[in-house]
Design a protein around this ligand. Sequence first.
Ligand code: SAM
Ligand code: SF4
Length: 464
Amino acid sequence: MEDFIRDDIIEQTLDRARNPEPSRVRDVIGKALELQGLTPGEAAVLLQCEDPELTGEILEAAHRVKLEIYGNRLVIFAPLYISNYCSNNCLYCGFRRDNTELKRRSLTLEEIADEVMALEREGHKRILMLCGEHPGMSPLDYFIEAIETVYATTTEKGGEIRRINVEIAPMSVEDFRRLKAAKIGTYVLFQETYHHETYRRMHPVGPKADFLWRLTAQDRAMQAGIDDVGIGALFGLYDYKYEVIGLLHHALHLDETYGVGPHTISVPRLEPALNAPAAIQPPSPVSDDDFKKLVAVIRLSVPYTGMILSTREPAELRSVVFDLGISQISAGSRTNPGGYRKGDSNDFRAAQFNLGDTRTLDEVIYDITQRGHIPSFCTACYRLGRVGKNFMDLAKPGLIQKYCRTNAILTFAEYLADYASPETKKAGDALVDRLVAETEEKAMRELLEERVQAVRGGAHDLYI
Ligand code: SAM
Ligand code: SF4
């Protein structure tokens, strides 16, 4: 496949948009508010705007778009790391081959089941499963067995993982078909940087040194029939404005080629990691203000694409960017394989990177409900076949908002009944009651009243 990322074109796009007139910035904001998305050139105008007042207007517009399309829901998941062996040597990652101080392990299937039980007993229903790239220690056969183990592991009170998204190294179309057959949700992969020269420097050896093989992974996944794919850039490796335009080109490429863009865009930012020089001193650090702006510009540019924020970021900043366009968040995370079982913490000597938000799931849920968000553990769309283009066709006329709000309320009520601390339960139940009462459509309100009562009486897994 051809390389569809052209450094010269991205640079020209950014150059042409330098020092934009305020009227031009406001025109672009106006277009974004119509929910039609933005071209890379228009996104560049917003990225190049350095005026604090206009930047405030960009953030405000992103907040409006987020509310209009997603409401104030936040879908919750946890990462599950099953192996930290890796044959690559990415200069920013604690799992890199040359980090001889890292405590390496690949979990056995029994250990994976233990991790899953710990996650279920916290209340998780969705996970993102990951590992390093190592043909000997984490081959695809092992990964597929791990998926089967996760789905088969259940606990009391309806504890089960209902959706597994995966984030693993690129593979052939044939192997992607096997992954699809294992019933994964979204296939996620970050390009790390869209800047070829920086990519070459950061990935000196191993299979990951091949920029194009990585760039075209989502294509092969889609050719293999995987409907939902996620993209992302690791912010801090190269100029953040360049990376945003790179992400938009990637999204456009998928949309133009397969009739549907990426399901999600992730916005990880570099965190310190053991013996990882590029993580300890990021080559192009991104300030908190720039981070807010980049989240807002992505939200305005691809309004129907979910945006994921992990626990790399500290709690305070997380709560600000939730409002600017984030729709999915991880919570209560560990990045060291085996980290969820009782007694283990995010052991820096086995972890991929440091965490900025180390709160438990219950603490995060309490905090976000206090800030007016609705936590959602919903997995309905994928199980009902509302995926890929089908999902987007429903999302655009606003239908998804109706399903998602209802399912968020039901899955949140289930979490509160089964796992919440007394304080979270009290605050959460009050929020659920208020949301049900505020439901405008009478038939939907009555359905919700009835189902919330059923959930409180012990029913599980209700969704529409
Ligand atoms: N090994 C596979 C890969 O590289 O795609 C699977 C995913 S890897 C475990 C998850 C992601 O973590 C990487 O794609 C990278 O963007 C991110 N990551 C690595 N080191 C990081 C760091 N120091 N801070 C923040 N994110 C990091
Ligand atoms: Fe390995 Fe992925 Fe870490 Fe690179 S980012 S060293 S491929 S685990």
